[in-house]
Structure formats: C-alpha cells, structure tokens
Design a protein around this ligand. Structure first.
Ligand code: SF4
Length: 324
C-alpha cells in the first residue's frame, strides 16, 4: 500500500520540540505549496545542517554537511535541484549535475570563507610554494576550485591531506581548519587567512564559562573554530561528525560550538539529550526561507550557471575528493 503523501499538518509532530505551536501556522501554507511544487517539477531540495528546522525537517529531501550534500548530489535523479544552503554549495551541486537545473533561492547567500580568496590568489600561492599541491576547502567559488588539485571538507580534510603524499600542502582558505589539521599530521600545512565569521567568534573563555555554568556538559566544536577552542573541547568534528557523536555517546547535556540551527536539527532526533544553546547565526544561511524556496520553484530562479571551462577543472577537484 502506498502511504499518504506528507502534508504540513502531518509533519508538525516531527518538529514540535523546536517549533512552538504559535509559530507553526506561519509555515503551513509554504510547506504545502513546496511539497506540491516538488512533485509537479520533479524537484528535490538539498538542505545543509544549518538550515532552520521547518526547512530541514519539513521540505528537504536530502540533508547533511557539505560533504554529504556533495556526495548525494551525484546520485540525484530529479530534473531540478534546489539548494537550501549557500552559493558555493549550489555551485558544487551544479558541477556534479551539469545537465540539471540547480536553483539557489537567494543569490546573496554567500560565505565569508568563499569571499576570502580568488583564483588569482591561488595562482600566487602556487608560485610562492612551487610543487606543493593545493587542497581547497569546498567553501570556495568554482573559479578557486578550478585552480586546485583537490577539494576537501571539514569531514575529510585530514584524509585528503594524507592522500596527497606530499611533505607540504597548501590548504586554502580556512586558516583555523588548516591549523587544526596541521596539529594532526607531520605534513607541513601552508595556510591562508580566511575565516568563517560564525566559528571565529567562539573563544576558549566561552567554553570555560559554559563548563562553570553547566557542570558536566560535553563540548563539541567545529574545526572552523580557532585552535584554542578545539583544544579545550571534548571533541572536534564536522557537523556530520557532531551528529554522530551525539547519537553514539548520548551525552546527558551537550553544547555544539557551531551555527544555531544545528542544535535544533539534532535535538529533534534526540529528545533525551539536553542541548545548551550558545551559538552564532550564519547570516548567509539564514537568507534561505520557506518563502524564497517556494518562489524559486514557482519562478525557476535563481538558476546557477558556471563557465564550462571553469566547471570542467573545478569538477575534477571535487570528484577527486569524493574518491579519497
Ligand atoms: S557558517 Fe561560516 S562557513 Fe558556513 S556558510 Fe556561514 S560563513 Fe560560510
């Protein structure tokens, strides 16, 4: 028997712990419209872990961190992909699905890391460190990826560096991710001075205060946080690794040193875990809303395009990462 198609009303149970009943009616129309539009247009929605729960749990088909979204984007069979995330993620989906329509609901959904470096900067780094391979974080433009040997995410950066078999690797553009990886390998890591505007704001003092206020709290940090923060945390890992840590270890009380929506989205799955919630919002991720996802599907915008000459080289760097 085929089950009933979901409706907004049937989805509320899932998110009731993180969306108060008084807020829910504001989402219902858009959720029902998006569910219908996805069927009409044979579309799927890929949503990053930092999307708000009404997007992440109610309209998304595929969710995860950058690495999971890139991997899963390779096997999408729909005609249209809507990327509920930031622009570099939509570009990555387009690189891996050149024949599909990829939409980003708000063209202003950027990223401080992606904005910190240009293709010309990568060429200059190669000149300065001849022979050193370039491993580029996926949080970059397609033009920057095209100048790189391989991409990486926070989930696979160490494996990517090791896979290169080189004594020195240029790792761009996140200085803190690069330094956190350098602490785990003998490979010399050359860094760039890009930072994530969400994670760079956390400090070791924040963690000391949290531990005093919440004795016994388990602290999980994203590797885009400064090394001093990672050093005093109980665990550091990508958003996927943080989710797995909570699922596996079931800490009584936990704090995720990352973007705010991450705790809400993980809390939905773990009603028995107490989430302490000091967090920083990503203004770029928060540009994506149910309303603009609906408009994207209704008006087929904003279509992501990449110069084919850039795309071919950038795709090689992304695909090489996916096979590490
Ligand atoms: S959280 Fe940081 S790395 Fe992620 S999109 Fe926002 S600014 Fe970029």
């Amino acid at each position: 028997m085929i089950g009933a198609l979901p409706t907004a009303a049937s989805l509320y149970e899932r998110v009731r712990r993180v969306i108060p009943p008084i807020e829910w009616p504001a989402f219902v129309d858009d959720i029902d419209a998006i569910l219908a539009l996805k069927r009409e247009r044979n579309a799927v929605i890929l949503a990053h872990n930092y999307q708000t729960p009404e997007i992440f749990h109610c309209v998304a088909d595929i969710v995860g961190d950058s690495l999971a979204l890139a991997r899963k984007a390779m096997s999408v069979e729909a005609d249209v992909i809507v990327l509920a995330g930031v622009h570099f993620m939509a570009e990555t989906a387009k690189l891996l699905n050149p024949d599909k329509t990829v939409l980003i609901p708000d063209l202003g959904a950027g990223c401080s890391l992606a904005d910190s470096i240009t293709a010309e900067d990568v060429r200059l780094m190669r000149q300065r460190y001849p022979g050193a391979p370039v491993a580029t974080y996926v949080n970059t433009s397609a033009a920057v990826k095209a100048e790189s040997d391989i991409c990486c995410t926070s989930g696979n950066a160490l494996a990517v560096v090791k896979s290169l078999g080189a004594p020195r690797v240029i790792m761009l553009p996140d200085e803190y991710l690069a330094k956190n990886i350098a602490a785990q390998t003998k490979v010399e890591i050359v860094t760039w001075n890009g930072h994530c505007e969400v994670h760079e704001r956390f400090t070791a003092a924040d963690i000391r205060e949290l531990r005093e206020a919440h004795p016994g709290v388990t602290v999980l940090a994203h590797p885009e946080c400064p090394p001093e923060v990672v050093a005093v945390s109980d665990f550091a890992g990508s958003t996927a690794a943080m989710s797995e840590y909570v699922a596996r270890n079931k800490p009584a009380r936990v704090v995720l040193m990352t973007e705010c929506s991450m705790s809400d989205n993980v809390a939905v799955e773990h009603p028995d875990v107490d989430f302490v919630r000091p967090c920083n919002l990503c203004p770029h991720m928060k540009r994506i809303t149910l309303a603009n996802i609906r408009t994207a599907l209704e008006e087929n915008r904003h279509i992501v395009t990449i110069d084919p000459r850039v795309a071919e080289r950038a795709r090689r760097a992304v695909e090489r990462m996916l096979f590490v």
